[in-house]
Ligand binder design. Structure first.
Ligand SMILES: Nc1nc2c(c(=O)[nH]1)N[C@@H](CN(C=O)c1ccc(C(=O)N[C@@H](CCC(=O)O)C(=O)O)cc1)CN2
Ligand SMILES: NCC(=O)N[C@@H]1O[C@H](COP(=O)([O-])[O-])[C@@H](O)[C@H]1O
Length: 215
């Protein structure tokens, strides 16, 4: 399976995926990592592993559509099976989605459809949620709403800050993203309407509930 990964920042999910490939758990390769931010630390991570990188500068394009057209043209040259968003912080245009229909996935730091958009961890904290988590989903024109491949539930602690909660969620992001990509590279993922079925996956592992006193 040939992957192109889009990033905007640190690249810790990118590195988790690279480790999954290098450990042979994921049958695939990353042919290119593209960032919309020149100083994205994830570019250095990719280069450390010998992976081709490119910065595509949004300031050179008047509109989002023009940028995404350039982005799509560059990605098509790699002939990817999958476009992986790993902390890519731009909303993709309908034209881009159409070009790579059903071949784009994303990791989001909440249990969608809860807390879509930016700063999902902060949204959960401020809402007073007792549980949140992370989601790997197919990317569609509707933001953070595509068919869900896998989710992990993460408890929100009474003394959590945005940082401590984000770190706890990130730990599970680094597990479910490589897991989802492995399932896809094994050809075990089927989508029927909105429902994603993973052949042979074991379901269960219920989240541990808090102590429910007296009831
Ligand atoms: N068409 C789609 N595009 C993207 C999706 C999607 O599901 N459909 N997922 C997002 C990822 N994402 C959350 O998981 C997300 C990223 C960025 C934004 C956003 O509002 N970005 C702003 C710019 C913010 C910034 O530069 O800091 C914007 O693009 O105007 C929301 C959600 C990726 N794209
Ligand atoms: N809405 C998109 C979004 O918030 N994505 C989040 O950005 C972080 C990127 O970290 P990374 O660059 O270290 O992988 C991750 O926590 C990811 O879930």
């Amino acid at each position: 399976m040939n992957l192109v990964v889009l990033i905007s920042g640190r690249g810790t999910n990118l590195e988790a995926i690279i480790r999954g490939i290098n450990s042979k758990k994921i049958k695939g390769k990353i042919s290119l990592v593209i960032s919309n931010k020149k100083d994205a630390k994830g570019l250095k991570i990719a280069e450390k592993y010998g992976i081709k990188t490119e910065f595509i500068d949004p300031s050179l394009y008047k509109t989002r559509e023009e940028y995404d057209l350039k982005l799509a043209e560059r990605i098509k040259k790699e002939n990817p099976d999958l476009v992986v968003l790993a902390g890519y912080m731009r909303i993709l245009t309908d034209g881009f989605i159409d070009t790579f229909e059903n071949r784009i996935i994303n990791i989001h730091p909440s249990l969608i459809p809860a807390f879509q958009g930016l700063k999902a961890q902060k949204q959960a904290l401020e809402f007073g949620a007792k549980f949140t988590g992370c989601t790997v989903h197919f990317v569609t024109k509707e933001l953070d709403s595509g068919p869900i491949i896998v989710q992990a539930v993460v408890p929100v602690m009474p003394d959590d800050s945005e940082e401590t909660l984000s770190e706890r969620i990130l730990h599970y992001e680094h597990r479910i993203y490589p897991q989802a990509i492995k399932w896809l590279s094994d050809g075990r993922v089927q989508v029927k309407n909105r429902h994603v079925i993973v052949k042979g996956a074991k379901y269960g592992g219920l989240p541990v509930n808090p102590e429910l006193e007296d009831f």
